[in-house]
Design a protein around this ligand. Structure first.
Ligand code: CA
Ligand code: CA
Length: 1022
């Protein structure tokens, strides 16, 4: 038997001690080669002792809990070591911290316990999951909570927060176009003004903090079950248990940002062939601040943030197999810099603050290297058969698997779900941003690929769903400026929906800038949704191939965005695919560069590169059967077939998985050469060692965020907040809910308007399924911005510059009812991810960018209870603007600026129309990366003393929203959207009885009318 010890090495590779020497004797006399530990024994001390013996060794952990006082650090002296858990299912649990004891009731539901003073930590692990650091608004209920962004380094908190203690606070902030989020640390608090200063994060390179911020880590914000807060100066941690008391839970405070660190002492002396198998590794710390890149860079994560619960650097052949890796503060597994031939296999990774698995190489041209080949140090990994879910807990850019400058790697058979951003992503650096002389050598376009190590990646057989739930410009699988010759094959991607900007950029398979020589083959994309600029695929780079894929049951704006942009693009191939879902707006959304190729950041196209190489032999169910192929004249799809693909679905829509699609024997796809996709090679292997359904099961009595559905029909999500657009017949599916031994009541959190049951329904404009309600003015003495418009296409005239179009009257100017219009209900986002502020109408972003020397129009209506005169109307623009009020020209300025008119500001009782025209300056168009650009306006009016006054996009209409006056707001159904009705929420109510429901169920929220504006969360009670 091994005696119990609580000794540990104090520093990495620390020297021997007397007690350790005695320990060696005990161990070696007990067993040679294999060392057995039981709970209470010290793992670091054992490693320290084992290291002194000739190996290789195996340390076997008996089932039970092992708590570390500091990270376990292995190095090259431990090469060949295996750490293995005894028993099945990783029941030996290594915690990266200490249990918190001594809880006492504090107030309300809140308990507190002593912890070491002056030792801040940023993650509290409760039953293997990260608790929510006290925040406002509460998790899953949006942003702000009264706090407002002032600048990239300051926010203003509400007046009632001014007495709060912000010494443990953090500010979580999405930045710029919502690609990434950062965690900011306070640098000062001015209680007189309520101004909380924070560090600058990465700086304003991507636009700095946007409005999607929240404050966390303030005790006064601890107001809900599941929240915790540290007061590190007091030495107390506070927690409100989700159920029972703290004694009913295992609550652990982390002691480091890594739990298991495998770190060879130099790149030349890697730690080799270390195996960690069948153990649970639970809980590591997050950090006071975090950002993804160094300021001014778009590359490697800065050194302090290169963190994983399992961390490997200077490693070769590290294997992490059949482990549970839970509640990592940063990433679950992080393979840093020099890391070769590592394996992460058959693991269950969940609750990570950032990514499930991250491999991080050197930025091109950086590091202690003399050549490109020398710098290729992170490669050869295999990431296979892992269940990775619910990561991105602290970082909104969190994803399943991400590789940076890491290549020759196989990512296969993983099941990835519930991420704020990507399922799988990998990145390098695009030509246009490349260092000009890496390692002192001149660079050519051809030789720059030598420096791009994110190459020869095989992303195959993965199942990815419910990702991209809280970020913009996303992809289920994504690449940005990697090296050559990557493959995405035989993956299934489903239930990935646009969340932040319905009509904005997103692609399920998103080959973003400079994804050259990428092949996308044999993938199944189903049940993905989004508007105009959302597609199944992006194709913009050199020599890409999209072949033999199936797209079905998607509601998307385009199938492929086939448009080079920024970097060189051409030689496009799209062949033998089955597009059973067509784009609602366009199939390929081509630009003129699509047919010629684009040199982009090169002076000219590389030799042999043209536009389309082959877009043909596809089977397409066309949106418009009467005009199935408007690109036939361009040589596109000339041999393709248009019509019913004869797709056989084995299950009803709400239950379909990728396994349920087959093509009928007589499907025309076969004649075109389409090969059946092997669905048996997708998703977790049969030998996955954990119960995946149990791992992702939710309790029905916990708060269920409405936006965390597994499938939806017809509605929309506002990222991190809720669902809306719940028109009659829409539904959302919540899978795998455990109702335990029964519940009797459902409780909902709805928006105030729905609860208020207002008798007066607003005016509406309808655009197909989109309904825009009238926006009320506050009616105070200030100028209030009109935020929703209908906009025209860009108009131009041959040979005329933008300013010269100022006095040329196009269709809408001659007759406001004429022309083609479409709604612009929220700020458009540019392709570079720059989102306009509310009320800034950016025609460039809205019309797809690149419209130099044109003008455009916008129209809106204002309905006033009482008329008034001298209503100051203000418009801002970047070039020239005209404003007509009720057909009268009130402002005409052919120059940039802000212009006001008061005397002609006459608001009539009833309806008024506003028409705005703006033109562009005569500068050559270039993509906008900050500011508003050069083709926009913002308009507002004073609306005081007008009584009830609202604005509506487009022309006046008297149609009002139809509220369902009878029937319920929400139906709760089991099994299917029309399955057993277990409860109905009645108008004016926020809770309803539920017929006794127990066990594990799939629940559907079905909306019988259109009276619910939005749902934030719901839960069941006994
Ligand atoms: Ca709270
Ligand atoms: Ca919510």
């Amino acid at each position: 038997m091994i005696p119990s010890f609580s000794i540990g090495t104090k520093t990495r590779g620390g020297g021997p001690r007397g007690i350790a020497a005695w320990f060696v004797l005990m161990l070696t006399s007990a067993l040679a080669g294999e060392f057995q530990l039981k709970p209470g024994d010290s793992l670091p001390a054992t490693v320290f002792v084992v290291r002194a013996q000739p190996g290789p060794h195996t340390i076997t952990l008996a089932p039970g809990r092992y708590f570390l006082t500091e990270p376990l650090v292995l190095d090259d002296r431990d090469s060949g070591l295996t750490i293995r858990g005894a028993g099945r299912g990783a029941v030996a649990e290594i915690y990266g911290g200490q249990p918190v004891a001594g809880w006492e009731k504090w107030k309300d539901g809140i308990w507190r316990a002593p912890v070491p003073k002056d030792r801040p930590f940023y993650n509290l692990i409760v039953d293997g999951k990260p608790a929510v650091m006290a925040q406002t608004p509460n998790a899953g209920s949006g942003f702000g909570g009264g706090a407002q962004k002032l600048s990239n380094t300051a926010i203003r908190v509400p007046a009632e927060w001014r007495g709060y203690d912000f010494s443990d606070a953090q500010v979580s902030a999405f930045i710029g176009g919502n690609w990434f989020s950062e965690m900011r640390a306070p640098t000062g608090f001015d209680s007189a003004t309520g101004t909380l200063s924070v560090d600058p994060g990465q700086g304003a390179q991507f636009g700095g903090m946007n409005a999607r911020i929240f404050v966390r880590g303030v005790l006064e914000l601890l107001d809900a079950p599941g929240e915790w807060c540290l007061k590190h100066k007091e030495g107390f941690v506070y927690y409100w248990p989700e159920s029972g008391t703290p004694a009913d839970h295992l609550i652990v405070r982390p002691v480091g940002e890594r739990v298991l660190e495998v770190h060879g002492r130099s790149p030349q002396t890697p730690a080799k062939d270390i195996v960690v198998e069948n153990v649970s590794l639970i809980g590591s710390d997050f950090s006071r601040r975090w950002h993804l890149f160094a300021p001014g860079q778009d590359g490697s994560t800065p050194e302090p943030f290169q963190q994983g619960l399992v961390f490997g650097e200077n490693v070769s052949g590290l294997k992490v197999v059949a482990c549970r890796i839970l509640a990592a503060g940063h990433s679950g597994v992080w393979l840093n810099r020099h890391a070769r031939d590592c394996t992460v296999e058959s693991c269950h990774i969940s609750g990570a603050g950032f990514a499930g698995v991250y491999a991080n190489g050197y930025m091109p041209g950086e590091g202690p290297f003399r050549s490109a080949a020398e710098s290729d140090v992170n490669r050869g990994h295999r990431i296979e058969n892992n269940l990775i879910h619910d990561c991105g807990k602290f970082i909104g850019g969190g994803c399943g698997i991400q590789l940076y400058q890491c290549g020759d790697t196989l990512v296969t058979r993983n099941r990835i779900l519930n991420m704020p951003r990507y399922g799988v992503s990998y990145k390098g650096l695009r030509w246009g941003l490349f260092p000009k002389k890496p390692f002192g050598r001149e660079l050519t376009f051809d030789s720059h690929f030598d420096h791009l190590h994110t190459r020869n990646l095989r992303i195959t057989g993965n199942e990815i769903s419910s990702v991209c739930r809280n970020s913009f410009d996303f992809g289920g699988i994504e690449s940005w400026s990697p090296g050559r010759d990557n493959l995405w094959a035989n993956n299934a991607l489903h239930d990935i929906d646009q969340t932040l900007d319905w009509d904005g950029w997103a692609h399920v398979l998103f080959a973003d800038d400079a994804s050259h020589w990428l092949t996308i083959r044999g993938n199944i994309v189903h049940h993905c949704h989004g508007g105009r600029l959302t597609g199944a695929f992006m194709m913009k780079s050199l020599n890409q191939v999209i072949e033999n894929n199936l797209v079905a049951d998607c509601g998307i704006g385009r199938v492929v965005t086939l448009e080079p942009y920024c970097e060189p693009g051409g030689n496009f191939t799209i062949r033998r695919n089955v597009f059973a879902s067509d784009g609602a707006f366009s199939r390929y959304a081509p630009s003129k560069d699509t047919f010629t190729g684009l040199a982009g950041t090169l002076d000219k196209l590389p030799p042999g590169v043209g536009g389309i190489k082959e877009v043909d032999f596809n089977l397409i169910a066309p949106r418009d059967p009467g005009n199935p192929n408007d690109l036939a004249g361009k040589g596109v799809d000339t041999h393709s077939l248009f019509g019913d693909p004869k797709l056989v679905r084995a299950k009803p829509d709400w239950d379909l998985s990728f396994r349920d699609y087959t093509l009928a024997a007589d499907s025309p796809a076969r004649k075109l050469g389409f090969k059946d996709i092997d669905v048996s090679a997708i998703g977790l292997r049969a030998d996955f060692p954990f119960d995946a359904a149990a791992a992702t099961r939710r309790e029905a009595t916990a708060k269920l965020q409405a936006e965390d559905y597994q499938r939806m029909h017809g509605l929309r999500t506002s990222a991190g907040t809720g669902i809306y657009f719940t028109n009659a017949g829409t539904w959302a599916k919540y899978e795998n809910l455990d109702f335990g031994d029964g519940v009797s009541k459902a409780v909902f959190r709805l928006d105030a308007t729905t609860i208020g049951n207002a008798a007066q329904t607003p005016f509406v404009s309808r655009y197909g399924e989109t309904v825009a309600g009238a926006q009320p003015f506050k009616g105070d003495a200030s100028v209030e911005t009109v935020t929703r418009w209908e906009i025209s296409k860009p108009y131009s005239s041959p040979g005329k510059s933008g300013p010269q179009l100022f006095d040329e009257a196009f269709e809408p100017e001659r007759d406001i009812k004429a022309g083609t219009w479409r709604p612009m209900l929220e700020p458009a986002q540019t392709r570079a991810g720059i989102r306009g502020e509310p009320g800034v109408v950016d025609f460039d972003a809205a019309n797809g960018e690149g419209h130099a020397n044109s003008c455009a129009y916008a129209r809106a209506s204002i309905h006033a209870e009482h008329g008034r005169t001298n209503a100051t109307m203000t418009v801002s623009c970047a070039s020239g603007v005209k404003v007509w009020l009720n057909g009268q020209l009130i402002i005409a300025e052919n120059k940039p600026g802000t212009f006001s008119e008061t005397k002609k500001g006459i608001i009539n009782p009833g309806w008024n129309t506003v028409l705005v025209k703006v033109n562009q300056d005569s500068a050559k168009w270039s993509p906008r990366t900050s500011g508003h650009g050069n083709f926009w306006f913002k308009f507002g009016t004073v609306a005081s003393s007008c009584g009830e006054i609202v604005s509506l996009p487009g022309l006046p209409t008297d149609e009002r929203a139809q509220a369902s006056t009878t029937g319920s707001l929400i139906e709760l159904r089991l099994g299917s959207p029309d399955g057993k009705l277990i409860g109905s929420l009645e108008p004016g109510m926020t809770e309803c009885p539920v017929v006794s429901t127990s066990g594990v169920q799939n629940l559907f929220l079905r909306f019988p009318g259109d009276r619910v504006r939005s749902v934030d969360w719901f839960k069941f009670e006994k």
